[in-house]
Design a protein around this ligand. Structure first.
Ligand code: SF4
Length: 304
């Protein structure tokens, strides 16, 4: 039987389990955009005279983040928007998603910068994967990607860097750090209140939006996206936490929101106990680091 929208008489396109509402296309889009706009304001305080870069992989989350940032800010004359894509060098995966990212940035007429691990690190993920490395692929990939994004964002003189992290990602990260006992890392999860020299502040416009709602928004807005799976993701520890969070959400709807809001409540206390470390410039690459050498330079030694 077709369900009817809780707010009007139109047929519903979705059922939001955690708040018990059925929503039609228009009310879902309204519900989605309202929450995102409110949270963007909360995270960024001011966007006046800003240069905003969006990290775009070509997947649904990053493209929805780009569309929504474009929708909110593109008419403002004091704000410039661009997109950055990092090509990690994963054959038959990233090349396909880059093509889709390109098409979307062309539709929106947003300048698009593509940088690669090969150029910025000196190797790529396919080569790293073939070596017997101490860590799993994702450990190298995550560190190198953050390095490429931050360095490129500084080169482009950006004020803010937007990523497509969604509610599922946030809940998984919070839980993962708790389980590993890495409370210092937990205290440093973005978005950050304090701007650290040399690090471009991050904005997560979709952090309170569940992954499935991002996918639905992309479909309803005709945003084409790449939905392939990275061949190295099978090794990712995150997969276990994804299953745990999915299971919790299924049994207790609203669990993901509760994990994030509980974290938000204790975040200031954590930051007091573990204030952001004083950063020095890495003597090898010049990027900010709290250690003698930055993580990128340490990991590069293992793979080059
Ligand atoms: Fe990189 Fe791992 Fe993500 Fe693949 S799954 S793109 S290796 S972080």
């Amino acid at each position: 039987m077709v369900k009817i929208c809780t707010k009007c008489k139109k047929p519903a396109v979705t059922y939001i389990r955690y708040n018990g509402t059925h929503l039609c296309k228009d009310h879902f889009i309204q519900y989605f955009e309202k929450r995102v706009k409110k949270d963007i304001k909360k995270q960024g305080k001011t966007y006046t005279k800003s240069k905003i870069g969006v990290a775009v992989s070509g997947g649904k989350d990053s493209l929805v983040a780009l569309y929504i940032i474009h929708k909110i800010f593109s008419k403002r004359k004091d704000i410039d928007i661009c997109a950055i894509t990092v090509d990690e060098g994963i054959r038959d995966y990233r090349d396909k998603s880059i093509d889709i990212a390109k098409k979307n940035t062309e539709i929106l007429a947003v300048p698009h910068y593509i940088v690669s691990f090969e150029d910025m690190i000196g190797t790529d993920m396919d080569k790293i994967s073939k070596k017997q490395n101490e860590l799993g692929e994702c450990s190298y990939c995550g560190v190198f990607r953050r390095f490429c994004l931050n360095k490129t964002a500084k080169k482009l003189e950006l004020d803010k860097l937007v990523t497509g992290h969604n509610l599922d990602d946030m809940a998984q990260s919070i839980l993962m750090n708790f389980v590993k006992g890495d409370i210092e890392k937990l205290a440093r999860l973005g978005p950050h209140k304090k701007v650290q020299p040399g690090l471009i502040p991050r904005i997560f416009p979709l952090r309170i939006i569940p992954e499935k709602e991002n996918a639905l928004y992309a479909v309803l807005k005709n945003i084409s996206f790449h939905d392939g799976v990275c061949p190295y993701s099978i090794n990712a520890q995150r997969g276990d936490f994804r299953d745990i969070v999915d299971d919790l959400e299924y049994k207790y709807p609203g669990s993901r929101h509760s994990i994030l809001s509980s974290y938000e409540k204790i975040k200031d206390l954590l930051s007091e106990k573990y204030p952001p470390a004083e950063l020095e410039n890495c003597p090898i690459c010049g990027e900010p680091t709290s250690q003698k050498f930055c993580k990128t330079c340490i990991l590069k030694k293992q793979v080059l």
